[in-house]
Design a protein around this ligand. Structure first.
Ligand code: KIV
Length: 278
């Protein structure tokens, strides 16, 4: 039996001074490709709400959605650590619901850990889930499930009071037992100071290069999501344009009759057809 990368392996990457690589994936093929590329952690993110389902926000994503897509990624991978997002309203209401839903992601989805958004106010949930034996990753800065309170997807923690709050939040998450924390859309200087403040790995997205690792959305790195390209992403390949161009060639070949040709067709033995229609 082979074990996937554990939270201990992830923490060891930090202590060895290497950077942690993390990417989202949402199905069998994207999981398979991400693992082949050598990422340490795959996140089944509720960003699937936007890049897979086409919603404006992550809020409509359900437990069933995350479980189903976690199962797909798990089937496409062998060694990578899999963390799944607890969707909006699956953990905020109370600790019991948080533990039960974290348990469903592990038991039915097959992930090794769960991620939830929020700091000190989520301390009780983090503690209870960890006490149930399930590792928890925190998520601070821009927390997309609170988009209606934040008023949009913008950089957080620029003012002194916000910086004091995020310092307290990360310390409280570490005390509650979180094994790592995502920092999203936080100024580089703040992210750098937060990374030095705690022992647990800090993984950034739009938080500059000084974090212990980086996470990005699969579709953003590959030019697959055309609605919006975040400033913090780097487009490593314009696969979306390549797909459109390739499918355009297919459409043209169908219309012209060039596809399929005889090589792409199946045949019967000579004489069979004439026997049938004799
Ligand atoms: O859902 C997601 O993809 C995330 C990342 C942005 C960290 O939470």
């Amino acid at each position: 039996m082979t074990f996937r990368k554990s939270i201990i392996d992830i923490q060891k990457i930090k202590s060895s001074g290497k950077k942690i690589s993390m990417i989202t994936a949402y199905d069998y093929s994207s999981g398979y490709l991400a693992e082949k590329a050598g990422v340490d952690i795959i996140l089944i993110g509720d960003s699937m709400g936007q890049v897979v389902f086409g919603y404006d926000t992550t809020l409509p994503v359900s437990m069933e959605d995350i479980i189903r897509h976690t199962q797909m990624v798990v089937r496409g991978t062998e060694n990578t650590h899999i963390v799944s997002d607890l969707p909006f309203m699956s953990y905020q209401v109370n600790v019991d619901q948080a533990v039960l839903n974290a348990g469903r992601l592990v038991k039915e989805g097959g992930c090794q850990s769960v991620k939830l958004e929020g700091g000190a106010s989520m301390g009780a949930q983090v503690k209870a889930i960890v006490n149930a034996g399930i590792p928890v990753m925190g998520h601070l800065g821009l927390t997309p499930q609170s988009v209606n309170q934040l008023g949009g997807y913008r950089v957080q923690s620029r003012s002194k009071s916000q910086i004091r709050k995020i310092f307290n939040d990360i310390v409280e998450l570490e005390k509650a037992g979180a094994f790592a924390v995502i920092l999203e859309l936080v100024p580089r200087e703040v992210a750098s100071a937060l990374t030095q403040k705690v022992q647990i790995p800090v993984i950034g997205i739009g938080a500059g290069p000084d974090c212990d690792g980086q996470v990005q959305v699969f579709h953003d790195l590959l030019g697959l999501y055309k609605d919006f390209t975040p400033k913090h992403s780097r487009i490593y390949a314009n696969i979306g344009d390549q797909i459109t161009k390739s499918l355009g060639s297919y459409v043209a070949d169908v219309i012209s009759g060039d596809f399929p040709d005889d090589e792409e067709s199946f045949h019967i033995e000579p004489g069979v057809l004439s026997d049938v229609f004799e």
